[in-house]
Design a protein around this ligand. Structure first.
Ligand SMILES: [Ca+2]
Length: 157
């Protein structure tokens, strides 16, 4: 950081690019709406504001272009991503409802349960509430746990 203090051991954070750090944006104009100049080690850089919106400055058109978050490689929507100007939204398939954060889709109806066996127990996990329930103990090596809505089945090796 160009603040006169060498934060990096080799002092690379206070390099020659710091010389005009506070003034490099003084006479630099970023064209277009909702833009601002920010100092960078390679020179004045144009940013799109508000910074939380996903828009990227296009130096050719001198405008802020929308970023298609749906094409970015990071986890977001569990079903369908819908790109919009400066942001994106998630949509769920029919029969599903979005979680409180708007990213994950949960099936409507009773909460899904994931049955599984441990070394000696058979348990289930309620997927949405993360509640863990032990339904049988002292089981020796249960395999292939299944639930038909009333009974729990498992096999033994
Ligand atoms: Ca977008």
């Amino acid at each position: 950081m160009c603040d006169g203090t060498k934060d990096c051991r080799d002092g690379s954070d206070e390099g020659p690019f710091c010389e005009n750090w506070t003034t490099m944006c003084s006479n630099y104009i970023c064209a277009g709406n909702d833009t601002e100049c920010s100092p960078d080690r390679y020179g004045p850089t144009c940013l799109c504001v508000p910074s939380l919106s996903m828009r990227q400055y296009n130096y050719v058109t001198k405008q802020c272009d929308d970023v298609n978050e749906c094409l970015l490689e990071r986890p977001h929507c569990s079903h369908t991503c819908v790109n919009a100007d400066g942001h994106y939204t998630c949509e769920c398939d029919p029969g599903y409802t979005k979680d409180e954060f708007g990213y994950l889709c949960y099936a409507n109806g009773p909460e899904a349960m994931l049955f599984f066996s441990t070394r000696n127990d058979i348990r289930y996990l309620k997927i949405k509430s993360k509640q863990m329930v032990t339904v049988a103990t002292n089981i020796k090596q249960a395999h292939g746990v299944s639930f038909d809505g009333t009974y729990i089945y498992w096999g033994r090796p």
